[in-house]
Design a protein around this ligand. Structure first.
Ligand code: C2E
Ligand code: MG
Ligand code: MG
Ligand code: MG
Length: 265
């Protein structure tokens, strides 16, 4: 009987696997169609100076206007996009919207999220600079957000690209800092303008893990201070979190306390 039950269970398991595989294939086909129709749109979320709430710039966040399911956030499709490589095409479509918006917007800088995959292609920096130029936008107002994974991938190549971009005024921010490898030895070797402290630490500042989060955020801020790197707290939702960040010496913040991601209009 135990064997029979095991058999049933594995049949159920096979069924679930098949359903999941079909779902992913459908999603990938959908994504290809969406690329042909350019069904993507950046939403913008303000990044502010914590001391007075002044808006310094915005992060551009990818949204897919799905024909049946409505607007989708990256969590719904980024895995498929990364695995299939389609995320690169999606990003380029999105970046074009962003640089066009940048030309007409008076609101400080805009940062775009760059998948680690882009650093595998040698011409990423040149291609981005060409796109900015063609849109008639100011490269000094565009920033790129990359993760620690990208730094570890192929350090010499990434360094070369970041330097090309920086020479033209495109500064680099390190996203989700503290969640990756946080290989400190790497940090000072790359031209990094700002560290974005991951939202899990900011959330912890007024939760049960308050003491640990405080210690971690304090350590990150000390490190950044020593290296002359600016800091941005991500996911600031409460005044309490803002106050603690300010006290600890964090300069900038981003989160629902200041504004949700919204369409350009
Ligand atoms: P991220 O770059 O760390 O972006 C911050 C995420 O936190 C965004 O989620 C944003 O909506 C969310 N967020 C902002 N403030 C708060 C807050 O106060 N509380 C909470 N709980 N969440 C907050 P979103 O837009 O769903 O993006 C998720 C991730 O998808 C991004 O994380 C980024 O890694 C990736 N992503 C977004 N846009 C792009 C893109 O254009 N290209 C690529 N390759 N990846 C992107
Ligand atoms: Mg980001
Ligand atoms: Mg982030
Ligand atoms: Mg994140």
């Amino acid at each position: 009987r135990a064997k029979a039950r095991g058999g049933d269970r594995s049949a159920l398991f096979d069924e679930a696997m098949r359903a999941e595989a079909t779902r992913l294939l459908d999603l990938e086909a959908d994504l290809r169609r969406a690329i042909m129709n350019d069904a993507f749109e950046p939403h913008f979320q303000p990044i502010v100076r914590l001391s007075d709430g002044e808006v310094m710039g915005h992060e551009a966040l990818l949204r897919w206007n799905h024909e049946l399911r409505g607007p989708l956030a990256p969590a719904d499709f980024i895995g498929v996009g990364e695995d299939s490589g389609l995320i690169e095409q999606v990003d380029w479509l999105l970046y074009r919207h962003v640089v066009r918006w940048l030309r007409t917007s008076p609101h400080g800088y805009v940062s775009i999220n760059v998948s680690p995959r882009h650093f595998h292609s040698d011409d990423f920096a040149e291609r981005l600079l060409r796109m900015i130029e063609e849109a008639g936008a100011d490269p000094g107002r565009l920033r790129i957000e990359l993760t620690e994974v990208a730094l570890l991938d192929d350090a010499p190549r990434v360094l070369r690209m970041l330097n090309i971009l920086r020479e033209r005024g495109v500064l680099a921010l390190l996203d989700d800092f503290g969640t990756g490898f946080s290989a400190l030895s790497y940090l000072h070797r790359f031209p990094i303008q700002s560290l974005k402290i991951d939202q899990s630490f900011v959330a912890g500042l007024d939760g049960e893990t308050r003491t640990e989060s405080l210690a971690l955020v304090r350590a990150i801020l000390a490190l950044a201070g020593t290296l002359g790197i600016e800091t941005i707290g991500e996911g600031v939702e409460t005044e309490r979190q803002r106050d603690v960040l300010l006290q600890l010496g964090c300069q900038y913040g981003q989160g629902f306390l200041y504004g949700h991601p919204r369409p350009a209009s």
